[in-house]
Ligand binder design. Structure first.
Ligand code: ATP
Length: 584
């Protein structure tokens, strides 16, 4: 747990954490010694030794003051670390997330981040404020009492030493059970949470097929499992917490029995026995309190573990030194192989060269690896073998920020912020002038959307761009790319979202982009394919054909068959093809 706390607080606060831990241990040690001093005080009082009692009382007073100082230091330092966590954890999480590879952000992982950002922060502050003090005290105070007891009366001390393994084993046994059932409940919680989100997202589909009033079996199953896991956790936790408490009380009973037997055999003075039992009470009290908290501590440990694992997630290897770009705007793959897992390669020995200011269209069946190709350029993931070059330089040898300044990405699932249209286009280049924003909007056909909206470019688009159609959202994304004027544009053309109107604007934007940028397009529109300088046909992760439209048609291979199929199914699109050819 301490290792997790060190990870969560970060290197800047490790020294403060160490000092806090030192006080956290010093306090119960001093408290244990102060309690042990009660024995000589009480012995002197029972023996009628006033001088001795006074001497011991002075030492006791000094120890009590030292204990108070330690308690103050420990509380204040714990409080400060809790405040540090509250104020910096979200920043640290944010800083860490921006350094993770983009491919890391799956729905499940994003859900984990959201939960860690909320419950994790609460847990860390709770650990500092309420948990560590009683739990550390619950172990260190009794340990000090055992040492003191061995010094004051080795026989009773020995009883406590013999009790230690029993207490340890009971604690480990109950804590591991509680930890396990808490992990099961947490997984059930996470599953139920993601099923609720899935259910909300699936509403359109469920209603379209009239399935909305039948319930949603995966959600119901997840909710049921969550309530089962909650019940199981309660049923498994309570008896084990009670067993913990019972073990502590058994140890105390053994101590009392031994003491009484010793007193009956005149092996110890009754007065001394009372003093020693008073000390033994300090052994039992903190232990019982700590035993009661062990469940909470284990749960907090799991929470901290998850949060620390998130912060330990390896970031994208990055370099600080800007690399020279010997061939600006050029894009190349050299014998690149990649798989999301080792057993299933998705790209196999792919080599390609996209000269600056040209357009390359990638076509291929669904699952051929087209999107993966684009992801490797933007370092969503790094290639397993081979090299991806942008501007003639290996993408791994330039800082991520430099790489991103070279790229503009237009994806199918465009994310728009709950901001104005203008704000969303400006994401491409925040310092662009108003005139440049308007020009980018015009080129991408956003001005045509603007005319229909009440506040023009100042109209808010709703969360995720909810008030725009799929094609309109992609036009905004294209406008961002136009505004960014990046040397390389990676465009995953929308399939269904482009009606002829949208397609016309995207084509116009592609022509504009080509004057300044190099384009790698996952092409779905025949007009885009025909307009490309080079077409790559991808099949099961390999480039199986490459050339211009005319060359590939003449080769009468896969591309010719792809073209024929698409032409038949979307014959009317040939009009667009002719238009495009006419404009070249
Ligand atoms: N994040 C991921 N994790 C694991 N496998 C993935 C991931 N993304 C894609 N894949 C798998 O990699 C293969 C290639 O996917 P990719 O999305 O690159 O194909 P594509 O040619 O773009 O397909 P489509 O045209 O349908 O979008 C597919 O088998 C897919 O299931």
């Amino acid at each position: 747990m301490i290792r997790h706390l060190a990870t969560i607080l970060g290197p800047d606060h490790r020294g403060a954490l160490r000092r806090y831990l030192a006080w956290l241990i010093a306090h119960p040690v001093l408290e244990g010694i102060a309690t042990a001093f009660l024995v000589p005080v009480l012995r002197s009082v029972f023996d009628g030794d006033t001088q001795g009692a006074l001497r011991h009382l002075v030492v006791l007073a000094v120890l009590v003051v030292a204990t108070c100082v330690a308690r103050y230091q420990q509380t204040m330092r714990g409080f400060r670390l809790a405040v540090v966590t509250l104020t910096t954890l979200h920043d640290r999480l944010g800083d860490h997330l921006v350094r993770l590879p983009l491919g890391w952000f799956t729905t499940e992982k994003v859900g984990r981040v959201a939960r860690s950002a909320t419950t994790g922060t609460f847990t860390v502050t709770n650990v500092f404020a309420h948990l560590l003090t009683p739990v550390v005290g619950g172990v260190v105070t009794p340990a000090t009492v055992v040492v003191a007891m061995l010094v004051l009366d080795w026989r009773l001390g020995l009883v406590l030493v013999c009790c230690a393994p029993l207490l340890y084993v009971t604690h480990r046994w109950s804590a591991s059970w509680i930890g396990r059932s808490e992990r099961q409940r947490d997984s059930a919680d996470a599953l139920a949470g993601s099923r609720v989100v899935e259910f909300a997202r699936a509403q359109k589909t469920l209603r379209a097929f009239g399935r909305d009033h039948e319930g949603y079996a995966p959600l119901e199953a997840a909710v049921e499992e969550r309530s089962r896991a909650g019940g199981r956790m309660l049923a498994e936790t309570m008896p084990r917490l009670l067993a913990n408490g019972l073990a502590v009380q058994l140890c105390f009973a053994a101590l009392v029995a031994t003491g009484v037997a010793m007193a009956l055999n005149d092996a110890v003075e009754p007065a001394a026995l009372v003093a020693l039992l008073a000390l033994a009470a300090r052994f039992v009290g903190p232990l019982s309190e700590a035993a009661g908290m062990s469940g909470m501590l284990r749960m907090a440990g799991n929470d901290l573990g998850r949060l620390a694992a998130l912060l330990d997630e390896p970031p994208l290897p990055d370099t600080a030194v800007r690399a020279p770009l010997p061939r600006p705007g050029e894009l190349a793959f050299e014998n690149v192989s990649f798989g999301y897992d080792e057993a299933n390669p998705v790209l196999r020995d792919v080599s390609l060269h996209v000269p600056a200011h040209t357009m390359t269209a990638v076509v291929g069946a669904s699952g051929a690896g087209k999107t993966t190709l684009v992801r490797l350029v933007a370092r969503f993931f790094d290639a397993d073998f081979g090299t991806v070059r942008v501007g003639g330089t290996d993408v791994r040898e330039m800082p991520v920020e430099q790489l991103m300044s070279q790229l503009a990405l237009v994806q199918q699932d465009v994310y728009l912020f709950d901001d104005t249209l203008e704000g969303n286009i400006r994401v491409g280049r925040p310092d662009a002038t108003d005139e440049e924003v308007r020009e980018a909007a015009r080129i991408a056909g956003v001005d045509e959307i603007v005319e229909r909206l009440p506040d023009g470019l100042g109209t808010r688009v709703g969360e995720g761009g909810a008030s725009l159609s799929g094609g309109e959202r992609q036009r905004v994304s294209v406008a961002r790319a136009v505004l960014k004027r990046a040397p390389v544009v990676l465009l995953d053309e929308a399939t269904a979202a482009l009606d002829p109107e949208n397609e016309k604007y995207v084509q116009r934007a592609l022509r504009t982009l080509m004057t300044d940028s190099t384009l790698l397009v996952i092409a779905h529109q025949l007009s885009t394919v025909v307009a490309a300088d080079q077409i790559l046909v991808l099949d099961e992760g390999r480039v199986v054909e490459r050339g211009t439209h005319t060359e590939l048609l003449a080769a009468d291979g896969r591309y010719a068959r792809f073209w024929e199929r698409r032409r038949r199914s979307r014959g009317w699109r040939l009009v667009a093809q002719q238009e495009t050819e006419a404009t070249r």
